[in-house]
Design a protein around this ligand. Structure first.
Ligand SMILES: *Cc1c(COP(=O)(O)O)cnc(C)c1O
Length: 465
């Protein structure tokens, strides 16, 4: 009986000659189809092997079902693994979903640059070899007021290069309240060790006095490092030293003061009700000699680490061995240049920079957008929606206490649990990531594009059907 079933399993060639498969092969490579076929046929063989008398008579080898599934799985295999998703969480700088979105203009400039040869390391005035770092130096120093700048792959690399080039084999003083861990793999004490620096911890978790720093200074001290506590706040009975106070001490002792500012905001966000995030300019003006920050957090650009400050230190970094290992690509430099040029006109910046535009979106606009989204989803039968006030976060380990006020659309479907709905949305062709809070499935339009409303509608319709 089983042998009869085994003989009914189609040969791969039969599958390959089916019209549905031939259509698939016009567009996609054969390898995905062969792999999907082998997987399907193996699974049928295993199923037959495990049949017993109770179910063997009911088992059918259905050629149409096999071909349909093979084509479906081959289509899934032919999709890129790294895919677009729809972020309905309202968390703007979402580390799991790629942090900052880039502006159209930045992307179109980068496309033009990367699909053509370019002057990445060619000095067009002299015709000789140039430096990839020169192109952005004027722009960054103009925006930040710094003497010089350098760019590496991310802020973790920036901190490491700063430590390795300025303090290798020597002591670095850090407050115990600032021994930060960022996202698991970046820990200040570990980065110190990797850079061959000796960490000198001062103060306590809640309080570090200026005298603590002063008492720790010796001939071995190479630097005072201040780390912005981007992703947490210590509250209550606390004391920490401002960059300004530390700068006075550092200058008197002739020791450089470095601040890892983390997010690296280049505009004052307090006028949008977002307080507590120092700007790069604040830090430099308060007297930091070197400041490091990320390109893809509040700056709203590509992943990179930017180092600004005194030329004597930056020059040393540019000559350091690690600079080659941390070197940024032309695409990143192009994306960063366009993103930063948009900073020269703040009004347009808030419209063009997706990260800043989403963070600073006002409540009235968000309410209208939520209503428009509700109208789109209300066309679906069997779906219930309700608009509620909501707070969201900036994300990306930035501004942990800042609450962004907006709205959520609560969505429910009779007969389907919210968990099931959430999973089905995540498994949709274009994955849609929504949140569940208090047993409610929530969509936050802050991070949605208007053109995504219809995609979500189609997805929900398909899931309900
Ligand atoms: C985010 C952050 C980092 C790490 O920056 P990446 O660009 O993610 O490498 C380092 N220090 C601080 C204070 C941060 O907030």
């Amino acid at each position: 009986m089983k042998n009869k079933l085994f003989r009914m399993i189609p040969k791969i060639d039969e599958i390959l000659n089916d019209a549905r498969v031939i259509k698939y092969l016009e567009e996609y490579p054969r390898v995905y189809l062969i792999n999907a076929s082998n997987e399907k046929l193996n699974s049928i063989r295993n199923q037959i092997r495990s049949l017993d008398d109770s179910n063997i008579l009911k088992f059918k080898v259905d050629f149409d079902e096999i071909v349909n599934e093979v084509v479906k799985n081959a289509t899934l295999k032919s999709q890129t693994k790294l895919r677009r998703v729809i972020n309905a969480t309202g968390v703007v700088i979402h580390t799991n979903m790629g942090r900052s979105l880039l502006s159209e203009k930045a992307l179109s400039n980068a496309l033009k640059l990367a699909s053509n040869y370019n002057n990445l390391e060619l000095n067009l005035e002299t015709g000789k070899r140039g430096s990839r770092y020169d192109h952005l130096e004027e722009l960054i120093t103009m925006i930040t007021g710094a003497e010089a700048c350098h760019i590496v792959n991310n802020n973790a690399a920036a901190v490491m290069l700063v430590l390795a080039s300025m303090a290798s084999g020597k002591e670095v003083i850090v407050s115990r309240s600032e021994l930060v861990e960022i996202g698991g793999s970046f820990r200040v004490p570990d980065i110190m060790k990797l850079s061959s620096c000796n960490l000198v911890e001062v103060g306590c978790t809640n309080k570090t006095h200026l005298l603590d720093y002063q008492n720790a200074i010796s001939e071995e001290t190479a630097m005072i490092l201040k780390v912005h506590t981007s992703n947490y706040k210590i509250m209550g009975f606390t004391e920490s030293q401002s960059v300004g106070d530390l700068a006075i001490l550092a200058k008197a002792e002739n020791i450089p003061l470095v601040e890892d500012i983390g997010s690296g905001s280049l505009i004052d966000l307090s006028k949008f009700g977002i307080a507590g995030e120092p700007t790069v300019m604040d830090s430099l003006q308060a007297g930091a000699d070197v400041v490091t920050f990320s390109g893809d957090k509040l700056l709203g650009g590509p992943q990179c680490g930017i180092i600004v400050g005194k030329k004597e230190y930056i020059d040393k970094m540019k000559k350091h061995q690690l600079t080659r290992a941390f070197r940024v690509d032309k695409v990143i430099l192009s994306l960063l240049e366009t993103t930063l040029r948009e900073y020269l006109d703040e009004e347009k910046l808030l419209k063009n920079n997706p990260t800043l535009s989403m963070i600073t979106a006002d409540k009235v606009a968000l309410l209208n957008k939520t209503k428009a989204f509700k109208n789109v989803l209300d066309e679906i039968n069997g779906l219930n929606t309700e608009i509620v006030e909501a707070v969201s976060e900036v994300g990306g380990g930035s501004l942990p206490l800042t609450e962004l006020y907006g709205f959520n659309l609560v969505v429910s479907v009779d007969g389907i649990s919210n968990e099931k709905l959430k999973t089905a949305l995540r498994e949709y062709r274009i994955p849609i990531i929504a949140r569940i809070n208090d047993d409610k499935l929530l969509f936050d339009v802050r991070t949605l594009k208007v053109e995504e409303f219809d995609i979500i509608k189609t997805a929900l319709k398909e899931i309900i059907a």
